[in-house]
Design a protein around this ligand. Structure first.
Ligand SMILES: [Zn+2]
Length: 386
């Protein structure tokens, strides 16, 4: 299909993806995507990376992640936006602030899902690294929209990857729990879902506890790493390094779907985790260093100054490019900082840092007790998974 075999790297984007627009007041503003892609281009990160126009995912393809009944309802609702059946909309998770109905909602959602699906197909065809920043809509359920997400593109893409690869890992660094993806593979030991996020006690969707670890044959293959509000780089990366990476390595995935939500940044308006750009990049660097094909997707992230910087840098990491140091001179930004990384450290009161550390330690301990034995890892040794 494309010259993916030449470079092994692909970036999937077209301006039509900006049609996934939940309204002027909605935090998931298409400007985030537009600016991120523009900045990634401007910094030269895509100079030798083919940019591919996505196709819409077909009904049958969407049906791997969603019921036919739901897909038909999304179709109906996107034609009938001044809907006289609000009850039907509510039954499928639409209406209200999070998931308003908008014109061409079905087509726009099928397009970002098609972009991820195309990424999966490119990887099956031999590509090593594919980025689709419009994807990563991890909250959509089998028959219900949720958390700004209509279709669950990671699920559709992973199902496609599984047709060619025996084991696929899903790694989610969005500040919200990757609940929809976890749900889809909850009894499946061939798909490891791993999500680090702010605890459900304080944040949507209210799930993602360590004890949610999969069921039946899939027990141990759903991994949840909840952290406290105000978690800083150190505690976030301690949890990822000590609890997530050993399991990910022991699982030996043949391909990884990486959800790169950028909302764990300290400036994000919707959550309370306090990472710097450089702290947030660390798990992405660790995944990219595993030497396994990676399908990297976007996700949340709602600060218009920082999401473009974060996704440009993450794309550079995924494509093994040197990290750019400065924004282009004419790039408009609402802060003083023109460096790509953040000035360190984020100022957080000691008492909150200490709560975050305690929670991080508890999460690591619980994961070691509950999950490590299932993956043949010793719960005593920190280095057992390396
Ligand atoms: Zn999020």
């Amino acid at each position: 299909m494309v010259n993916s075999k030449n470079s092994g790297h692909l970036f999937i984007y077209h301006a039509d993806l900006l049609g996934y627009n939940l309204g002027a007041e909605h935090p998931l503003n298409p400007r985030r995507l537009e600016l991120a892609v523009k900045l990634t281009e401007r910094l030269g990160i895509l100079d030798d990376v083919p940019v591919i126009r996505p196709r819409e995912a077909g009904f049958e393809e969407l049906n791997t992640a969603h019921s036919a009944d739901y897909l038909n309802a999304v179709k109906r609702l996107s034609r009938d936006t001044d809907d006289d059946e609000p009850k039907e909309a509510a039954r499928y998770g639409f209406g209200g602030g999070d998931n308003p109905i908008f014109p061409n909602m079905y087509e726009a959602s099928a397009l970002y899902t098609g972009a991820s699906l195309q990424g999966a197909e490119a990887i099956i065809g031999g590509a090593k690294r594919v980025v689709n920043l419009s994807g990563g809509q991890h909250h959509a359920h089998w028959a219900r929209a949720a958390g700004f997400c209509v279709f669950n593109d990671p699920v559709v893409a992973i199902k496609r990857l599984r047709q060619a690869f025996k084991k696929v890992a899903y790694v989610d660094v969005d500040v919200h729990h990757g609940d929809g993806v976890q749900e889809a593979f909850y009894d499946d030991p061939t798909v490891l879902t791993l999500s680090i996020h702010e605890s459900g006690r304080h944040l949507f969707p209210g799930t993602g506890w360590v004890a949610e670890m999969g069921k039946e044959a899939g027990k141990g293959f759903a991994v949840n790493l909840p952290v406290a509000p105000y978690t800083d780089d150190e505690s976030w990366n301690y949890v990822f390094q000590e609890a997530a990476l050993p399991i990910l390595r022991a699982f030996q995935p043949e391909a990884i779907c990486l959800q790169m939500g950028a909302d764990a940044h300290y400036t994000d308006p919707l959550a309370h985790v306090c990472l710097t750009v450089q702290g947030w990049l660390k798990p992405i660097e660790a995944v990219a260093a595993m030497g396994v094909p990676v399908l990297a997707l976007g996700g949340g992230g709602y600060n218009l100054d920082n999401v473009p910087r974060m996704w440009a840098l993450a794309s550079a990491v995924v494509f093994s490019k040197p990290l750019p140091k400065e924004l282009p001179p004419d790039w408009k930004i609402g802060t003083e900082n023109r460096a790509m990384l953040d000035p360190e450290p984020v100022q957080i009161p000691d008492a909150l840092i200490s709560i975050a550390k305690t929670t991080a330690n508890a999460t690591v301990k619980e994961i070691k007790i509950k999950h490590f034995p299932i993956h043949g890892l010793s719960s005593d040794s920190r280095k057992s998974g390396a």
